[in-house]
Design a protein around this ligand. Structure first.
Ligand code: ATP
Ligand code: MG
Length: 609
């Protein structure tokens, strides 16, 4: 391709709304343009790179035995109602109406479609296993689209769905996909690593995400250098989050004198104190780790009370997994009053205070007491509070707290869960060494779904004995457009992108420093261009009549892996200048330049395999 025939609108400066480096580089290198927030056009060079990522994904999916198909982007809402996700995933669904006022959903993912298809087409164990995949546009009504292709409203995803006859068979398929993902990201030149992940609203039992370490990543990964444990912070646990080891021995005992559990609960006035911090200061001096933080959430219009230690943070992703929907929110102060009879800051779950029902009353009216048991809100407590004695918590009366609270004695916990967020330095649950936390970009996700969707949507088969069973499913996603941007986020320097050979829009850029058609420089450039092209190398020839500085800057910015500089000076010595992007300039004899480039390309490609 001749540069003058191509379309490479490079920019000196990135538009102001591009926040992270890879987003800026995508725009500056003329790879994408924004149409609207979270909606982008791929310009020709961007599309070339994207197609390469897609092709790598396709080759590895095919190699792992998955079958490519293409499902519609328009989905009927009925199948979402059938799976139960019409409500639970409702906030990301783009919905639209046709002229007959019928609703449609723009595909954010395709579990419902593929399972419906499998239900109609698969009937016997003889047709299994099957693993179907597609590479297609997905739509999600993200609350906060940002960072270019990283979190877009419209993006390209590879999604695969497997159907197996048993758990063991499904596990084997999961492993195959897991291995394929490792190869895909390595071939894209990405350093990505798998971490244990939350299964979220998509459901299922078990999952891994593939993460690319990056400061700008939206995910936090908890990891242990000693034993290799790695998990998304939404899922991560540590030795202190686990029952039994949750409360350290010195924390079991309260303040001096007597066994705290034996001391009876005592109400004390805390006027104006509404934070953990304020209570930890004089005159109260209750350390945060001796406080029980009481949070109220509304899920499905019903309150859920969450108890965690005062120095811990609730992990909303863990809560979502427990409740089974992301459609929940912190209660408003009014809802807290309606649930517990007090405002945030004085909330608690001590059993005796829950027998009193909230003042749904007018000024001056007597307080209504006595709540029927059935209407009592659920109380979920964090495992770390197991056996906690001598604790302080709100008294459900504005301006009052209780001390000497024993969680087992004084609070009727409905269920115990790991609800807290792990912090850096906590001991690893597997090996007790300190955990670390770093930021990362999630580029892929593999899930074991089990029979959740096959049961709801009727994807069953007859086994060898003639018994009808639901297929055991898995699903496997890769954010193809996000992966492309992750490559740029990981592979760059101050001058621009440093494309790995495998995904570069062109592998070689020939830069003649003088474009007179009859000049020796341009003649040689054309010759090398023709020879490399004939050898199957993807070459761009910068035939623009521009200053050398402009040409060099652009080729560095766009990030072609190898540049061949041809100028009169070096040509006088019979040489051209090879420059691997990000490497040192290498003068080579003009007559062996093509061989030298081909060799560099072969070595580079071999290192990506
Ligand atoms: P996230 O937590 O980042 O929202 P997710 O868990 O919703 O991701 P999945 O439903 O597992 O994502 O989708 C599979 C892959 O699609 C993700 O691993 C990610 O690479 C990509 N992806 C998801 N949402 C977006 C988006 N809004 N823009 C670009 N890529 C996305
Ligand atoms: Mg999401």
């Amino acid at each position: 391709m001749k540069w003058t025939n191509a379309f490479i609108p490079t920019l000196r400066e990135a538009p102001a709304d591009a926040e992270i480096l890879s987003h800026k580089l995508l725009l500056r290198a003329g790879l994408i343009r924004k149409l609207a927030g979270g909606v982008y056009t791929f310009l020709p060079l961007g599309l070339r790179a994207l197609r390469k990522v897609e092709q790598i994904v396709r080759e590895e999916m095919d190699r792992a035995g998955a079958l490519e198909l293409l499902m519609p982007a328009l989905q009927p809402p009925e199948i979402w109602q059938q799976s139960g996700r019409y409500e639970t995933a409702g906030n990301v669904l783009f919905k639209l109406k046709d002229s007959g006022n019928r609703e449609w959903i723009l595909s954010p993912t395709a579990e419902e479609v593929i399972t419906t298809t499998a239900a109609a087409e698969i009937n016997s164990y003889r047709q299994l296993p099957k693993n179907f995949y597609q590479i297609s546009v997905k739509f999600r009504d993200e609350i906060r689209p940002r960072f270019g292709l990283m979190r877009a409203r419209e993006f390209i995803m590879k999604d695969a769905y497997s159907f197996d006859v048993s758990d063991e068979a499904a596990q084997a398929c999961y492993q195959k996909m897991y291995d394929a993902y490792g190869r895909i990201f390595a071939r894209c030149g990405l350093k990505a690593f798998p971490v244990e992940a939350d299964t979220g609203v998509i459901g299922g039992k078990f999952s891994h995400e593939f993460m690319v370490p990056a400061e700008t990543g939206e995910n936090e990964v908890v990891y242990c250098e000693a034993c290799g444990y790695a998990a998304n912070i939404e899922k991560a646990t540590s030795a202190v989050s686990q029952r039994a080891s949750g409360i350290l021995p010195e924390e079991q005992t309260g303040t001096a004198g007597g066994t705290p559990a034996a001391r009876s609960i005592e109400k004390f006035a805390t006027p104006g104190v509404v934070t953990i911090e304020a209570l930890s200061k004089a005159p109260y001096n209750v350390p945060a780790n001796r406080q029980i933080k009481t949070l109220v959430y509304m899920a499905d219009s019903k309150p859920v009370i969450i108890l965690i230690r005062g120095d811990d943070q609730l992990n909303e992703a863990k809560l979502a997994g427990i409740i089974g929907t992301t459609v929940f929110r912190p209660a408003t102060p009014e809802e807290c009053v309606a649930t517990l009879g007090a405002h945030p800051g004085s909330l608690g779950a001590v059993a005796s205070t829950l027998e009193r029902r909230p003042p749904a009353r007018l000024e001056g009216e007597p307080l209504q007491r006595a709540v029927p048991e059935a209407g009592a809100p659920r109380i979920f407590a964090d495992e770390r509070l197991h056996g906690a004695n001598g604790m302080t918590t709100g008294a459900n009366e504005d301006g009052f707290h209780f001390r000497n609270v024993s969680i087992e004695r004084d609070i009727k916990v409905t269920q115990w869960f790991d609800l807290r967020t792990v912090t850096a330095g906590e001991p690893c649950a597997k090996c007790n060494k300190p955990l670390k936390i770093r930021r990362a970009i999630e580029v892929g996700h593999v899930f074991k779904l089990g029979t959740k969707y096959s049961e709801k949507l009727g994807a069953t088969f007859l086994d060898e004995a003639g018994t009808r069973k639901p297929a055991v499913m898995g699903c496997y996603g890769i954010g193809v457009t996000r992966t492309l941007q992750a490559v740029i986020e990981q592979c760059n320097d101050k001058d621009g992108i440093i494309w790995p050979l495998s995904v570069a829009p062109y592998q070689v850029c020939i830069t003649p420093l003088g474009v007179a058609p009859d000049g020796a420089v341009m003649k040689l450039a054309e010759k090398i261009y023709a020879e490399l092209t004939a050898r199957g190398v993807e070459v761009i020839l910068d035939d623009r009549d521009e200053r050398p500085g402009v040409k060099f800057k652009d080729s560095e910015l766009v990030g072609f892996p190898i540049r061949i500089g041809i100028g009169e000076k070096s040509l006088a010595k019979g040489e051209v200048e090879l420059k691997p992007r990000g490497g040192a300039l290498q003068p080579v004899k003009a007559d062996v330049a093509v061989e030298a480039v081909v060799k560099l390309l072969e070595e580079g490609q071999a290192s990506l395999r």
